[in-house]
Write a protein that binds this ligand. Structure first.
Ligand SMILES: Cc1cc2nc3c(=O)[nH]c(=O)nc-3n(C[C@H](O)[C@H](O)[C@H](O)COP(=O)(O)OP(=O)(O)OC[C@H]3O[C@@H](n4cnc5c(N)ncnc54)[C@H](O)[C@@H]3O)c2cc1C
Ligand code: FES
Length: 316
């Protein structure tokens, strides 16, 4: 894969601009990076990620912690936690570069429960930018984005990035979740368009919806919805590529779809990570070699974005 040159990484402070609940367990955190962070993040690309140190954030009051997390959230959080960005805003003025980063997060354990408690003007320690992001082929004229569950934030970032930097490229997205309540976005029901994801609507990227239980959009797998669309639309396969992020079974199905249609496909694999910088080997991804052997890449350092063809998918 033709990788853009990646900026250096570092540890720096970010100031909380806002931290709002979107729905149920989903929150939107906006951070203003300090001068060092802004410099490091000025060239960040979708698919890269950061790690937050949540160890100094206090727990919310016990009544604000979801019942099912009251016990597990008491665990200590020594390790930083990885998060993708759903949006990055870079501005230049006489004082230099200023970068704001948006994170959409799901509350499901001790670190994310602490993040619920972040207030405007709090500071948090950030390590980043980490990993390799999506690589956009020069000849791309249509990008098909496929997202599942908490894999959606970097796909939203990619959608906005393509609209801004590749205005001639047509961008279409397919977003799946368990039910209509499980999208990490603001939603509305529109008379003509049906169930709408506001964040995609705002950047004018069509989002086709799939839910496991049929409570919104197509009932079934988001990869089947995308597959039907690709089969039914006359597309120039040579200049179309798929970009995906979500649970691994969804990524494996996306890889099969791309192989069947002979489309380029990049997947972002959000493996469990401990160090995030290539030291602990906890995030190994089995990859093909030119022979029948396989070898291992580190998801945090060599990924999280991989060419779908390079990955050895479980069960294939
Ligand atoms: C590159 C990358 C990007 C990510 N981007 C986002 C994002 O944009 N928004 C977001 O909400 N989360 C994202 N995650 C997942 C996020 O890192 C975890 O949700 C977070 O670490 C949970 O910490 P915790 O202490 O709250 O819960 P933990 O106690 O650490 O985990 C709670 C539960 O979630 C499971 N879990 C944790 N991390 C993962 C994972 N990576 N894959 C599958 N299951 C997991 C654990 O097994 C456990 O059952 C990303 C992960 C990676 C590797
Ligand atoms: S998370 Fe430690 S090597 Fe990848």
């Amino acid at each position: 894969m033709n990788r853009p040159e990646i900026a250096k990484k570092g540890i720096f402070e970010a100031c909380v601009l806002s931290n709002k609940q979107i729905r149920q367990c989903y929150y939107c955190l906006n951070l203003q990076l300090d001068a060092k962070g802004s410099d490091l993040f000025s060239d960040v690309i979708p698919g890269q990620f950061l790690e937050l140190d949540t160890s100094s954030i206090s727990l919310p009051g016990i009544s604000d912690i979801p019942d099912h997390l009251k016990d597990s959230s008491q665990r200590s959080v020594l390790l930083r936690r990885p998060f993708s960005f759903s949006d990055v805003t870079v501005t230049q003025d006489l004082n230099g570069t200023s970068v704001k980063v948006q994170i959409l997060y799901c509350v499901l354990g001790p670190a994310s429960v602490r993040m619920m408690n972040l207030r405007r003007n709090d500071t948090v320690s950030v390590l980043g930018p980490l990993g390799n992001g999506f690589s956009i082929p020069d000849e791309l004229s249509r990008a098909v984005l496929i997202a599942g569950g908490m894999g959606s934030p970097p796909i939203l970032h990619l959608a906005g990035y393509l609209k801004e930097h590749y205005p001639k490229c047509e961008v279409v997205s397919f977003v799946g979740a368990k039910s209509s309540d499980d999208f990490p976005f603001s939603t509305r029901i529109d008379n003509s368009e049906g169930f709408v994801l506001e964040e995609f609507d705002r950047i004018r990227v069509p989002a086709h919806i799939a839910t496991d239980n049929g409570s919104a959009g197509y009932q079934g797998f988001v990869t089947d919805l995308a597959g039907n669309w690709l089969e039914n639309n006359k597309i120039d396969f040579a200049s179309t590529a798929i970009f995906a992020c979500g649970p691994e079974p969804m990524l494996a199905a996306t890889a099969s779809l791309a192989e069947h249609l002979e489309l380029l496909c990049q997947v972002s694999m959000e493996r469990m990570m401990a160090c995030g910088i290539g030291l602990c080997q906890s995030c190994a991804v089995e990859a093909k070699t030119t022979s029948t052997d396989t070898h291992y890449h580190l998801c945090c350092k060599d990924g999280p974005v991989f060419d779908a063809n390079d990955v050895v998918w479980q069960g294939k």
